[in-house]
Design a protein around this ligand. Structure first.
Ligand SMILES: Nc1nc2c(c(=O)[nH]1)N[C@H]1C(S)=C(S)[C@@H](COP(=O)(O)O)O[C@H]1N2
Ligand SMILES: [Mo]
Length: 495
């Protein structure tokens, strides 16, 4: 085995990944999907906590890049074995053919989806064919062999560009949406239905601060947190939700059963327990769906105490006290559109007042438990199933034309509500009440705050909220792991 063989095998490995991506995009049929899930699953809990705390979303992206590389290496190893075995038979294109078959089998083994696996195989074989010209030529000059490896690299580059283009077009992103049936046509902006009325309310109550979202986050603004880099693709036609466990009789619902019920529309704010104190994983939307407790009542509770476990199509699961379900919601619409894939299509849970992680996306099962059980994040040391911490964010620092400065952001305290936001422009020495947006209707909604003042030199702005029960946001600083960041947001401002 020489350098050229290794280079050829490596190129073939990358080609298999590119070929697969071309036909699957970032869906579970992509060869890197199971590898990525494996990487995420086997990452030790302290590494995960460190990565979320220190690298944030970058950690997630690096893990995915690592998974992509690992997948390519896997295919390259397959190609090496093929090249070695093909060297034993004297047939034209034996190496390309064998490599194609081996790559297709590896892809099939990884994903179980035949057509994309075949495409991965063809791509892998094609690159080998370019690199070998159909024959093993052990006696050729080194320069000629190099030329063919370069030729294969060029071929792979073209193939890669094509693959990236094709795969990208298949990308089912969170912001690709379609209107929700029964609400007219993309009626988010119209006030003649339940969603439109809520949009109107949010618009009227918004303080319109430049540089931060209004009271309803758009699809582009709304944060997304997933355990996997590749989200599940659930078909609403095949989807069912099972209510099971300590209930009188199991209940199984399909998408039509759920969406034919009288819909409700409500605001609900979500915040991720893993975000930094002044992070941006806090958003609000208008959701359409039905109260979750109705389904539990239909199944009949066998017990009044203890817990529940929500399970989802991506293997995600989250357990918490039954009491948290009291005002919970099953959403199939978001901002007047069909719930986007990135936010849990076809159906997700919304659990008012609790951290983001309780709001299971791609929900498939609600199990009533007799004893508490840890969910995905709790097994990794997080305490993200309880009520949210109170926070006032500082995201807007606007220099107004007249020399004054406007600072502003959102404040959130879950179902306790935000009663007051105070701002200090002297580093915490003196405090002034900020202007607050009128509270939106709903149990679990954020507010906007704003304060405009005459600056005197460089200064520190500090902001703190008080919740609806009169509790001041704790001053003591703590990082997000394990139960949410605490402290007061502070920012140095130069006029
Ligand atoms: N099935 C499933 N549900 C999930 C998650 C997930 O990875 N899988 N992430 C959770 C976390 S940690 C948060 S903060 C919220 C984020 O919801 P969003 O992506 O719609 O903003 O979804 C929660 N629900
Ligand atoms: Mo989260």
């Amino acid at each position: 085995m020489n350098e050229r063989t290794v280079a050829t095998a490596a190129l073939s490995g990358v080609a298999a990944v590119a070929g697969s991506y071309a036909i699957t995009g970032l869906t579970p049929a992509f060869v890197a999907a199971p590898v990525s899930a494996f990487v995420v699953e086997s990452a030790p809990a302290p590494v995960v906590a460190w990565s979320i705390g220190t690298l944030g979303d970058l950690g997630h992206r690096l893990a995915f890049l690592f998974a992509l590389a690992l997948t390519a290496v896997l295919f390259a190893l397959g190609a090496l074995v093929s090249l070695w075995a093909a060297g034993r038979v004297d047939l034209p294109f034996a190496d390309a053919l064998l490599s194609a078959v081996v790559a297709a089998l590896v892809a099939l083994g990884l994903t179980g989806v035949p057509v994309p696996a075949a495409v991965a195989g063809i791509a892998a074989g094609l690159v080998i064919a370019l690199a070998t010209d159909g024959e093993a030529r052990a006696d050729e000059p080194v320069s000629a062999g190099r030329r063919r490896v370069v030729q294969a690299a060029a071929g792979l580059f073209t193939l890669g560009l094509l693959g990236a283009h094709l795969g990208w077009r298949r990308e089912p992103t969170a912001s690709v949406t379609e209107p929700l049936a029964g609400l007219g046509t993309g009626t988010a902006e119209k006030a003649d239905d339940g969603v439109g009325a809520l949009f109107e309310e949010a618009r009227a109550k918004s303080l319109d601060i430049e540089g931060i979202p209004g009271l309803v986050s758009t699809f582009e603004e709304f944060y997304e947190v997933d355990i996997n880099s590749i989200n599940p693709t659930v078909d609403a036609a095949d989807w069912t939700l099972t209510v099971t466990g300590a209930v009188d009789s199991d209940l199984v619902l399909d998408y039509d059963d759920l969406t034919s019920r009288t819909p409700e529309h409500r605001f609900n704010t979500l915040r991720c327990v893993g975000e930094s104190l002044n992070g941006k994983k806090l958003d609000n939307a208008v959701w359409t769906g039905v109260p979750l407790m109705d389904l539990i009542d239909e199944a009949g509770l066998e017990l009044e105490e203890c817990c529940v476990m929500l399970r989802a199509a991506d293997g995600y699961h989250v357990g918490f006290p039954l009491a948290a379900l009291r005002n919970a919601f099953l959403a199939y619409g978001m901002n007047g559109e069909v719930l986007p894939r990135g936010h849990g299509y076809p159906v997700r849970a919304l659990i008012p007042g609790h951290w983001g992680e309780t709001n299971a996306k791609w929900l498939t099962e609600i199990e009533v438990l007799r004893e508490p059980m840890d969910g995905y994040w709790e097994k990794r040391g997080w305490h993200g199933t309880g009520p949210v911490n109170t926070v006032a964010k500082l995201h807007a620092v606007n220099r107004l034309g007249d020399g004054r400065i406007q600072v502003g952001g959102h404040a959130y305290a879950g179902t306790r509500g935000v009663e007051r936001v105070e701002v200090s422009v002297d580093g915490g020495g003196t405090w002034t009440d900020a202007t607050l947006s009128e509270p939106l209707a709903g149990d679990d909604v954020w507010r906007q705050w704003e304060h405009t003042y005459e600056p005197a030199g460089k200064h520190d702005v500090v902001v703190r909220a008080t919740d609806g029960e009169g509790n001041l946001q704790p001053r003591e600083r703590h990082e997000a792991f394990p139960s949410g960041a605490t402290g007061w947001v502070r920012r140095t401002v130069r006029p």
